[in-house]
Design a protein around this ligand. Structure first.
Ligand code: AMP
Ligand code: TRP
Length: 342
């Protein structure tokens, strides 16, 4: 099989988040914080509100509009600067959906059936799930490859979709005898690539969990954040002084991971400081830290959301910049495939 290693391509970062509800601490530590750090390392970054992915399950149109603008405000408030990164919504750049169609003809049904996100979301009622939900990973591959993106920062849960993106690129390159699409690398880094529920250390923190106490929302005020951390499920033991001591303590490990991610320290560095402390002492430290880091973000989000016209202008400009990249790549793809008039 012809592989086009990412290293042959100019390094370029792409990632996306669905505007399907509020942002959580998981989105912040697993994605947004990393996005702004990669931008500040001087990399070429493209970030997208994936509204076409959101509608693979029903969305109220007014809420979708609101959530797209709120998510944009969340990106900017977390440090993504539209002067440095390209920031836009997926539906405004039609080449994503156009390339996704080509990839629907490249990807195999069996590949999609193996996706754990599909199995989780469709559940036992797969017959009733939308065709779009099934094809979701082909659109995600298109999001990435329509920029020839080489690096995709995501949380742990998205790793399988990035592997599928590589499979799509490899099969396209092989079937058409080209080295056109890169083998994109996932970037899953930091102490909090999988932030867990505050109520159950075996479940991912998620905006769709019915219990609001299970998550910290980026729009929560300082009192709510502190209260949720105080009430977070833990065990009765003191904190260990090394990471090994957290192995069978998922709730304790989660809180230490969160602390480490906020302070850009390793888990061992954090435990060297707080090992031996009881949760009665550690939780207020974590709550203060979380409030100090998150309050400025929620305040800035609220300020930005006061001017939706400005948010829409930022998105429109981002879409224009994005199309400078996507139009030529889609045209070349059509030529490779043999579509006349490309
Ligand atoms: P979603 O909200 O599912 O569209 O996810 C957007 C981004 O946030 C993806 O990169 C996810 O991997 C990341 N993410 C979502 N939830 C978590 C979590 N609990 N821990 C770490 N990363 C997460
Ligand atoms: N599937 C991702 C999620 O649920 C969102 C997404 C869509 C994405 N397209 C992407 C992430 C491209 C990274 C790159 O979180």
């Amino acid at each position: 099989m012809t592989d086009a290693p990412a290293s042959q391509f100019t390094p370029r970062v792409f990632s996306g988040i669905q505007p399907s509800g509020g942002l959580t601490l998981g989105n912040y530590l697993g994605a947004l914080k990393r996005f702004s750090e990669m931008q500040n390392e001087g990399r070429d970054c493209i970030y997208c509100m994936v509204d076409l992915h959101a509608i693979t399950v029903w969305q109220d149109p007014d809420k979708l509009r609101h959530n797209t603008r709120e998510l944009t405000a969340g990106f900017i408030a977390s440090g993504v600067d539209p002067e440095k990164s390209i920031l836009f919504n997926q539906s405004a750049v039609p080449e994503h959906a156009q390339l996704a169609w080509i990839f629907n003809t490249v990807a195999r049904m069996g590949w999609m059936q193996r996706m754990t996100q599909w199995k989780d979301k469709a559940g036992k009622n797969a017959e009733k799930a939308s065709l779009g939900l099934f094809a979701y990973p082909a659109l995600m591959a298109a999001d990435i490859l329509v920029y020839h993106a080489t690096h995709v920062p995501v949380g742990e849960d998205q790793k399988q979709h990035i592997e599928l993106t590589r499979d799509v690129a490899a099969k396209f390159n092989h079937d058409y005898g080209v080295d056109f699409f890169p083998m994109t690398e996932p970037v899953i880094e930091g102490a909090a690539t999988r932030v867990m529920s505050l109520r159950d250390g075996s479940k991912k923190m998620s905006k769709s969990d019915p219990s609001d106490a299970s998550r910290i929302n980026l729009t929560d005020d300082a009192d709510t954040i502190a209260k949720k951390i105080r009430k977070a499920k833990t065990d009765p033991d003191a904190l260990p002084s090394e990471a090994k001591g957290l192995e069978d303590r998922p709730e304790a490990r989660n809180l230490v991971n969160i602390y480490a991610a906020f302070t850009n320290k390793t888990v061992d560095q954090v435990l060297a400081e707080v090992g031996g402390k009881q949760f009665g002492e550690f939780k207020p430290m974590l709550a203060d830290l979380a409030v100090a880091k998150l309050s400025p973000i929620s305040t800035e989000m609220a300020r930005l959301l006061d001017d939706t016209a400005e948010i829409d202008r930022i998105l429109a400009r981002g879409a224009e910049q994005a199309r400078e990249i996507t139009v030529p790549i889609l045209k070349k793809t059509y030529e490779i495939v043999g579509l006349v008039g490309a």
